[in-house]
Design a protein around this ligand. Structure first.
Ligand code: G3H
Ligand code: ZN
Length: 271
């Protein structure tokens, strides 16, 4: 089916998972896992993944869109963790329904100014804009504590920027390879009650299943997952690699292992 808009599947009151796509096998696994779970899904490509592809968005975006368009379940395309406004503007050309402008490392005033500009551009191009307030740690690959999101500041931030969704720091951290994150559930509930747009949980690979289920029940909507796929991918490659020279011999099990993780986590997020 044709790509759907992110806004059509990120709806308060239920969870939807967004999986990071690095290679075409990731995209194939996300779609296969979503079809198995019978759930809508978001394929997201991060600025870091674009850097990996020599700074070019078009090839991986086109491949991901083509895989998504062959899906029997709704799939939206999202451009993730963008700090470069030139890259942000490319989202209009490749089938994306949404983009995240990540100004979390700026001070509050600068984050507001850049995010408001990004939101205004996104809306004039029919795109949904996600931003971040507080800072989910670990973006450089190391598990590190972030800065929790303050609910009052979040309300002012959304009003001042016009964003459509807000990534909040509530105890998860990017790139965790064990599932030991402890979420601040009281803070999630306070944010849900105060903030008028869908809330996004980043760094969800490190969050145990029960904590994820609870977070969705409490009001988290978009659940971002990346590292969990890479753990599955790399583990399957390690197991399949000895004696092989044909990449298909180890990429096929890697893709299957990722699809199993996608299907499982979609069911967790669905409650
Ligand atoms: O934006 C992407 C996510 O926050 C992924 O984080 O790799 O720790 O699951 P993760
Ligand atoms: Zn993230």
């Amino acid at each position: 089916m044709p790509l759907v808009k992110t806004a059509d599947i990120v709806v308060p009151g239920r969870g939807v998972a967004a999986f990071n796509v690095i290679t075409v096998e990731h995209a194939e696994a996300v779609v296969a896992g979503a079809e198995e779970a019978g759930a809508p899904v978001i394929c997201q490509i991060s600025e870091n993944a674009v850097r990996f592809h020599h700074g070019r968005l078009a090839p991986i975006a086109a491949a991901t869109a083509a895989v998504a368009e062959a899906s029997s379940v709704p799939v939206a395309l999202h451009l993730d963790h963008v700090t470069d406004l030139d890259l942000l503007r490319q989202a209009a050309d490749h089938g994306f329904g949404s983009v995240m402008y990540d100004g979390a490392r700026h001070d509050y005033a600068r984050n507001v100014a850049h995010t408001a500009e990004a939101a205004s551009w996104a809306h004039s191009h029919g795109l949904w804009l996600e931003a971040e307030l507080g800072e989910v740690g670990g973006k450089d690959g190391a598990h590190a504590p972030g800065v929790r999101t303050d609910p009052d500041e979040a309300v002012s931030f959304v009003a001042a920027t016009g964003v459509d969704a807000l990534a909040v720091a509530v105890g998860s951290s990017h790139a965790m390879t064990d599932r030991t994150a402890a979420l601040d559930h009281a803070l999630i509930r306070r944010l849900r009650d105060a903030v008028p747009v869908p809330l996004v949980l980043h760094g969800s690979s490190g969050v145990p299943d029960d904590e994820l289920r609870q977070a969705v029940r409490e009001g988290m909507v978009k659940i971002n997952i990346g590292t969990a796929l890479n753990i599955a991918f790399t583990g399957a490659v390690r197991d399949a690699l000895p004696g092989q020279v044909d990449p298909r011999k180890y990429l096929a099990p890697a893709r299957t292992a990722m699809a199993e993780v996608v299907s499982h986590l979609l069911k967790v997020v669905a409650g």
